[in-house]
Design a protein around this ligand. Structure first.
Ligand code: BTN
Length: 261
């Protein structure tokens, strides 16, 4: 079962809990939030037996091969701006990876990090209500560090990469965790009132822009071209009939990424 060692101090303000094995670092942070014990907590695991991804998918979390980290944020802002946090988090993780590896990943809207047209990192953002009725955001970040194609298996290997696979080197997991938590401190200072730099970085890094996209939304499947990022980090799409509208959630496939040709 899960094992934890004593909390260790991290970058300013974070209480870091480390587990050898856990079902999901996001689930553990949810459990702590339900007990009113999650503020300022970051959880790192060597291995997740039930790693969770967006849209109800799983997230493959091989032992010792990735950074599996969840961090609790309590931004002081209206509830309706919270969904944009997920895009800010993508920029923060790009900042962390660039600071250690000297290479900046791209972003597949809304928040996958991509290297060499394959997925390097996924982010799962969950909103929970604490016993005192305040909102807490759980940012779950999974970065592939040293997986080889055989660690992923043939299906995932076709769309996923790791830092060692893409760059020939990967930073120490704990060094990356520290860089990510420092970047989240910068995010915390700016969110949501100082979006300029985050929006500019997101627009520059977003590999979806200018490409053909297939969007699976509530109205079914639609195709078009990604035209811009809106001020609230939505994806503005010019549809085949030349109309334009912004997509704020859902499944977006991008021609040229993850084997969509
Ligand atoms: C996605 O790509 O769909 C999001 C994947 C998020 C994975 C991370 S790993 C740490 C945290 N714990 C989880 O169970 N999921 C997130």
């Amino acid at each position: 079962m899960a094992q934890t060692v004593a909390p260790s101090p991290g970058p300013a303000g974070w209480k870091i809990l480390r587990f050898d094995t856990i079902d999901s670092t996001n689930s553990e942070l949810r459990r702590r939030a339900a007990a009113g014990d999650a503020e300022g907590v970051a959880i790192i695991a060597d291995h997740q037996t039930g790693g969770r991804g967006r849209l109800g998918r799983g997230f493959l979390s091989s032992a010792g091969k990735g950074l599996y980290l969840s961090a609790a944020l309590t931004p002081d802002c209206p509830r309706e701006v919270l969904p944009t946090l997920t895009a800010w988090a993508a920029v923060a993780v790009c900042d962390a990876i660039e600071s250690l590896c000297g290479v900046r990943p791209g972003i597949k809207w809304p928040n996958d990090l991509v290297l060499g047209d394959k997925k390097l990192c996924g982010i799962l953002t969950e909103l929970v209500t604490q016993p005192d009725d305040t909102s807490l955001v759980i940012l779950g970040i999974g970065v592939n560090l040293t997986q080889t194609p055989s660690d992923f298996g043939p299906e995932v290997a076709a769309i996923a990469t790791s830092l060692s696979q893409a760059l020939g080197r990967a930073p120490e997991r704990d060094a990356l965790a520290e860089a990510v938590l420092s970047a989240l401190n910068a995010l915390n200072r700016d969110f949501p009132h100082r979006p300029a730099r985050w929006l500019a970085c997101f627009r520059r890094d977003c590999l979806t822009l200018g490409r053909e996209v297939r969007v699976l939304g509530p109205d079914g499947l639609r195709e078009g071209t990604a035209a811009d990022i809106t001020a609230d980090f939505g994806l503005l799409v010019r549809w085949r009939d030349d109309s334009e509208s912004a997509v704020s959630s859902g499944e977006v496939s991008v021609r040229g990424l993850y084997g969509y040709v």
